[in-house]
Design a protein around this ligand. Structure first.
Ligand SMILES: Cc1cc2nc3c(=O)[nH]c(=O)nc-3n(C[C@H](O)[C@H](O)[C@H](O)COP(=O)(O)OP(=O)(O)OC[C@H]3O[C@@H](n4cnc5c(N)ncnc54)[C@H](O)[C@@H]3O)c2cc1C
Length: 362
């Protein structure tokens, strides 16, 4: 027993020393509240929080050995995460910034953006400089490091359409790699970073290939065309403005009410299954994906089960958008999960469709 105690204190002491060294090298916090770091506004404590403001600091972390002692998690802007309780490991929060134009000619430009840049500021930079391709992704919260992780998408565009390459760093071994678009296994709200490369590989920067002339405007999704008519021109700037106008009207602002955007993915089902649903509910929105598969609208399924605008304690389903779960104030992560489970259950009972969460749990 006493040997175990000695070992415990020795390990704890060594870890403390490693942390002290890190504190000299970078912003290191302990038992810090994560509430300001997640758009759901969930209160949770992180045992250790490392803010990486310079890319070189990543090497310091590996050298210190701190990561070997504990679990760790990479956190960007916290807009796609639900904290389910206190986190006993180390949060690694990259804030290093920079946008570099690597190449530019009459038809395209290669732009490298570092992980800590705010995604929407990057979109704004591109639109202002006449770099086309990501304007439809305006106003999506979060940081540039996370955008390829779930292959963010909106209004007919996904980041995968414009990603040229991604630089990554292994937090455990300090190995670096550059992945090309086709290495990233992009899919609907997924990529290699949600699967094989989850946790240990940190995206340090992403290079986008964007148009400089002959822009390919995508305006037929949602109400983009309708909104564009009010602005009387079709340009990168007017598309960005239209998307901002639509999103501001439709989606709850996390500064006003805690949320992480769409909580569930739109389920992909067989055409046979979709036809079964259409027999009873002829108004069900369906999007044909292939000869065998169709995508259903998760928000519609949830609304049909009567959840839209419902509140259960401090958690609820947004009144305008059934796909968005909200924190009315002091909700715990577990309350949001319980609500999401109830929703999943009722959608399965009514439609025989299993909903999958889009938001990451920690
Ligand atoms: C109001 C609202 C609207 C939204 N609308 C959309 C939308 O239209 N389309 C859409 O696709 N998403 C949308 N989202 C979801 C969210 O904005 C995106 O998923 C965003 O890319 C998350 O970025 P983040 O920096 O906040 O990531 P976080 O929430 O911090 O992290 C998300 C995941 O990425 C990992 N990660 C973060 N940074 C890195 C890194 N540098 N390297 C490796 N892994 C990393 C984390 O470990 C975690 O698994 C919305 C969210 C909100 C709150």
């Amino acid at each position: 027993m006493s040997l175990l105690f000695t070992l415990f204190f020795f390990t704890a002491d060594t870890h403390r020393k490693k942390l002290t060294l890190l504190k000299i090298a970078m912003n290191t916090y302990q038992n810090i509240s994560l509430k300001p770091y997640n758009t759901f506004g969930i209160e949770a404590l992180a045992h250790t929080f490392l803010e990486i403001s310079k890319i070189q600091e990543l090497n310091e972390i590996v050298k210190s050995g701190v990561i070997k002692d504990e679990n760790f998690y990479i956190l960007g802007g916290g807009s796609n995460i639900l904290f389910t309780g206190n986190y006993s490991g180390t949060i690694i929060h990259p804030t290093f910034k920079g946008i570099k134009i690597l190449e530019k000619n009459k038809s395209f430009a290669l732009i490298k953006v570092f992980a800590g840049e705010i995604w929407d500021s990057f979109v704004d930079f591109c639109v202002e400089n006449n770099f086309g391709g990501i304007e439809n992704l305006s106003l999506i919260p979060g940081n540039c490091g996370a955008s390829p992780v779930q292959n963010i998408g909106a209004f007919g565009v996904k980041v995968k359409d414009c990603v040229k390459s991604i630089d990554i760093f292994n937090i455990e071994t300090a190995e670096t790699k550059t992945l090309l678009n086709h290495d990233c296994q992009f899919g609907y709200r997924t990529s290699i970073f949600k699967n094989k490369f989850k946790h240990s590989w940190l995206i340090t920067s992403t290079t986008y290939e964007l148009t400089t002339g002959n822009h390919n405007f995508i305006t037929h999704y949602g109400n983009v065309n309708k909104e564009l008519k009010k602005l009387k021109e079709v340009s990168l700037k007017s598309i960005r403005q239209s998307v901002i106008n639509i999103r501001t009207k439709k989606l709850p602002d996390p500064k006003e009410i805690g949320n992480a955007g769409s909580f569930f993915k739109n389920p992909v089902v067989s055409i046979k299954k979709a036809n079964e649903i259409l027999k009873t509910f002829s108004d069900a929105p369906t999007y044909l994906l292939s000869e065998t598969e169709t995508k259903l609208a998760a928000g519609w399924l949830i609304e049909k089960c009567g959840w839209k605008g419902k509140r259960v304690g401090n958690a609820g389903v947004h009144e305008k958008h059934a796909l968005v779960l909200v924190n009315y104030g002091d909700a715990k992560g577990t309350e949001i999960i319980n609500l999401s489970e109830e929703i999943k259950k009722s959608v399965f009972e009514k439609f025989g469709v299993r909903l999958e969460t889009e938001v990451n749990f920690l």
